[in-house]
Design a protein around this ligand. Structure first.
Ligand SMILES: C[S@@+](CC[C@H](N)C(=O)[O-])C[C@H]1O[C@@H](n2cnc3c(N)ncnc32)[C@H](O)[C@@H]1O
Length: 206
């Protein structure tokens, strides 16, 4: 099943689902906002129903928030319309198809997305190109290679039956290596528990 179809199918349920770990989510928002400035241009990859973009919008100039699922984007757009938020642009596109000029963004957000991509290195390199020198890439990523290695076997079965999206299995170290190999330095790293996503703020080395 195509990724867009999988996420379209679950968009309504995803929108209603409460955040799994509210305390960790709040901490990630606070840490992220420590990097935001009112003149900043932000891109969010895989924005889902737009909740995080809406929270950060008052602290920056503009957020372009993209998602491969038209249903996720429709829910997100309804939310900003209802709240008259005018500095977020939602766009239905895949990360691969997104075209942005180099050295133009201050911050890129990639929350619960890098493990869902066929090739995270390609996306990390693309983000590095799009960011200005010293720009920031904020990620939160499930690294199942540390806690659920068996997912390498059950993941493809779940995907085959349309029960799961593509999920790549890698460790925190492998993720950190992908970021540093692409030219990022790790500015902040936090993982609430081994079984939870690792939150990393990576800076494009000038
Ligand atoms: C687990 S959800 C995370 C949503 C949101 N970032 C959050 O933290 O709640 C993953 C999102 O990424 C989107 N997505 C998956 N693959 C994508 C791709 N290749 N390009 C753009 N969006 C993608 C899905 O449609 C889905 O909305």
């Amino acid at each position: 099943m195509q990724a867009s179809k999988f996420w379209d199918n679950i968009a309504e349920r995803y929108a209603k689902r409460p955040v799994a770990d509210e305390e960790s989510y709040q901490k990630k928002l606070t840490v992220t906002q420590g990097y935001l400035q009112p003149d900043m241009d932000v891109l969010e990859l895989g924005c889902g129903t737009g909740s995080t973009a809406i929270i950060h919008a008052p602290f920056v100039k503009h957020i372009l928030a993209i998602d491969i699922s038209a249903k996720m984007i429709a829910i997100a757009q309804n939310k900003v319309d209802a709240q008259s938020i005018n500095n977020i642009t939602f766009k239905c596109t895949s990360i691969d198809e997104l075209s942005m000029s180099d050295n133009t963004l201050d911050v890129v957000l990639g929350l619960s997305i890098l493990h869902l991509l066929e090739n995270r290195e390609v996306t990390i390199a693309k983000v590095h190109n799009m960011l200005k020198p010293n720009g920031i890439f904020v990620t939160s990523t499930a690294c199942l290679g540390d806690s659920m290695k068996f997912f390498k076997i059950i993941g493809p079965i779940g995907k085959f039956f349309g029960l799961m999206p593509l999920v790549k299995v890698f460790t925190v170290k492998e993720l950190v290596d992908s970021l540093t190999d692409a030219g990022f330095s790790i500015d902040y790293q936090w993982q609430p528990k081994k079984s939870e996503a690792v939150f990393i703020v990576a800076k494009k080395v000038a």
